[in-house]
Design a protein around this ligand. Structure first.
Ligand code: ADP
Length: 464
């Protein structure tokens, strides 16, 4: 596995300082060396000329005797050349062995114009020779030459001190880099991440600080939202537990009371079946209530089976209406199933969808009048949804209660609901089921006219 090396500001700053410092140092060395070299050359030329005239004068006066008495400094040389170019005397080499010098540039110039000068490079010696020739009275030429190191040779002589200076510059760059990094990093590390806006930071860091601040704000808002949600859930649970206890206690108290009266022989034998019937009715209510509580708790804890299957909503509605037919008969309510037989299947949880449709239809029958109707319609809504609409001609729900009937244990008329075996959890189960299926839920009701509740199921769950 390839691991990325974490970059260090220190290395980067050091590199920048080093490159800048070394470049500056090298440029300085180059300029200084070039300047010094041209100064030295200039000075050497002037000395060469002065000495050449001096020596020429002495040769004119004393001839070869003077030259023989000369002891030139190392690197300097005097040559006496006859007008025909032959060498009369040389301070370094035997004159007879030397070739004719008449074609040398400085000699030619001196023979024609009285004086001449030239300079020549020797690649092998890495040296430059400066020559100055002067013609004396007898027409001969006296040439004085000195050797001077080339610019590179001079530079190489200064190599060690130059390298030492560059090393010093590198160390200095390291120290400057370390100091600079400290100055940059210290204020960044001092930023108070809780309220970065109050910290004194570099202008370049301000966008980062603003981003941290925005994120902090978002986090605070999310935390606040979560806390509120948590408190809401907590309140819900407490209320639910209190409601459940209360709802369980009422039928249990009735059951216990009826049983006690029978046990104590306070009921005439002819009335026993009626009391037993009451006990049975209350027990049935308890069973329904506990069943609904279990369903809603399972939905709360997401315990319902997550596997979805293809559901035929029309078939589900038809089954529910078959199931409710006896109760509807007893209540004198007519049931109708309407809409196209050919509606798209939806992806859903059968058990939950069945509960939803059952509760809606059950309410439509329960809160109806004798001779009333319940119409269940299953119809496509666009290409991606199917709506189940349950409309009744019952007592209706007053406007003030319409937004609350989906709450747990909320009933418009508690006594009537209990009388007909309601638990106050039916519409709450419908609401949970709609959430589970990401379905839309709409209630329209007019007291005395009837209620229509529509659930619009998406054909596919939104996440798939
Ligand atoms: P319940 O078990 O009491 O029926 P629900 O949660 O199913 O509880 O309904 C809550 C309340 O909404 C009911 O008590 C009733 O007052 C009202 N309600 C529900 N459906 C209808 C309807 N179709 N017509 C009139 N009122 C209804």
């Amino acid at each position: 596995m390839r691991t990325e090396k974490t970059p260090r500001i220190k290395n980067l700053v050091f590199l920048c300082c080093l490159v800048a410092a070394l470049s500056a140092a090298l440029v300085c060395v180059g300029i200084f060396n070039g300047f010094t070299y041209s100064m030295v050359t200039q000075e050497n030329r002037e000395n060469l000329r002065a000495e050449a005239y001096y020596i020429a004068k002495a040769v004119e006066l004393s001839g070869q005797t003077y030259l023989e008495s000369l002891d030139p400094e190392p690197g300097s040389r005097v040559t006496w050349i006859a007008p025909d170019g032959s060498v009369r005397f040389d301070t370094e080499v035997e004159a007879g062995t030397m070739d004719n010098h008449g074609n040398r540039q400085e000699v030619q110039q001196a023979l024609t114009g009285g004086y001449g000068e030239s300079s020549r490079y020797s690649d092998t010696l890495n040296e430059k020779t400066l020559n100055y020739a002067v013609q004396i009275g007898d027409g001969s030429v006296v040439r004085f030459s000195i050797r001077q190191s080339s610019a590179w040779a001079m530079l190489s002589k200064a190599l060690l001190p130059t390298l030492a200076a560059l090393a010093f510059v590198a160390v200095l760059a390291l120290l400057v880099a370390a100091w600079t990094v400290r100055q940059i990093v210290r204020p960044i590390n001092r930023i108070d991440l809780q309220s970065p806006g109050k910290s004194q930071v570099f202008v370049e860091i301000k966008p980062l600080v603003r981003r941290i601040e925005t994120q902090n704000q978002q986090l605070r808002e999310q935390m606040e939202h979560l806390t509120q949600e948590h408190e809401k859930q907590d309140r819900f649970r407490r209320e639910f537990t209190a409601n459940v206890s209360h709802e369980l206690k009422t039928p249990l108290t009735s059951i216990s009371g009826f049983a006690e009266i029978i046990r104590d022989g306070l009921v005439k034998p002819a009335d026993v079946p009626r009391f037993a019937g009451n006990i049975h009715k209350e027990a049935q209510r308890l069973i329904t209530l506990v069943g609904d509580i279990i369903k809603i708790s399972q939905m709360d804890d997401n315990q319902v089976p997550i596997q979805r299957e293809q559901l035929d909503l029309r078939q589900l509605c038809s089954d529910v209406l078959d199931h409710l037919a006896p109760a509807a008969d007893r209540a004198g309510v007519r049931l109708y199933l309407e809409g196209d037989a050919d509606v798209p299947m939806i992806s859903g949880a059968r058990q939950i969808a069945d509960e939803m449709i059952y509760n809606l239809c059950d309410n439509a029958v329960k809160y109806n009048h004798p001779g009333g109707e319940v119409r269940v319609q299953v119809a496509p809504r666009g290409k991606d949804a199917v709506a189940v609409q349950v409309a009744d001609t019952g007592i209706g729900i007053p406007k003030a209660h319409q937004s609350r009937v989906f709450e747990r244990f909320y009933r418009v008329d508690k006594d009537r609901s209990k009388e007909i075996g309601g638990t106050g959890l039916g519409l709450s189960i419908v609401k949970h089921g709609a959430l589970y299926h990401s379905a839309g839920l709409e209630l329209k009701s007019t007291p005395g006219v009837g209620t229509t509740i529509t659930v619009t199921f998406p054909v596919r769950p939104p996440q798939s």
